[in-house]
Ligand binder design. Structure first.
Ligand code: DQA
Length: 144
């Protein structure tokens, strides 16, 4: 099963950015863990990150037909980017929205997600482990 793990804006700053909220490990540390978990679950994972919204939209377009499932953390775009909503809509496969922090218990504006209503699953507030949970959830939805 092919999974794209897509991290958006400012996720490249992990380890340097608000460690009390996001931890002290880097994006590279996260991706190393994701690849190790994927190996355990026999998943074929590709990790990508960008700070450019149009590039993120491009990742979503490319996932159509090349990935069987998605793990998405669009960062702040989650809360306002209808372009990301629209780019994800045609995907059709299973996806999991992940947030390292518990966005439901922070500022009000973080509670809203443009991905709501697209039929995905959601894991919030579990740090890096949230990505492992997302991979497990997708593994349970393997295509026949
Ligand atoms: C985040 C939560 C967002 O509100 C924030 O803008 C981020 C990171 C998280 O993983 O907790 O950049 O997506």
């Amino acid at each position: 099963m092919r999974i794209d793990v897509l991290n958006g804006v400012n996720l490249g700053m992990l380890g340097k950015r608000d460690p009390a909220t996001y931890g002290d490990q880097s994006l590279q540390d996260l991706e190393t863990q994701v690849y190790a978990w994927a190996l355990q679950l026999d998943l074929q994972v590709r990790c990508r990150q960008t700070d450019h919204e149009g590039e993120f939209v491009g990742f979503l377009h490319q996932a159509l037909g090349s990935a069987d499932g998605l793990v998405l953390n669009p960062g702040a775009w989650t809360h306002y980017s209808w372009a990301i909503h629209d780019a994800l809509e045609p995907f059709g496969g299973p996806f999991v929205e992940v947030h390292l922090s518990n966005v439901d218990e922070r500022e009000d504006w973080r509670r809203f997600s443009v991905l709501h209503g697209l039929g995905g699953l959601r894991v919030v507030g579990k740090g890096f482990d949230g990505y492992r949970e997302a991979l497990q959830l997708l593994n349970e939805r393997r295509p026949e």
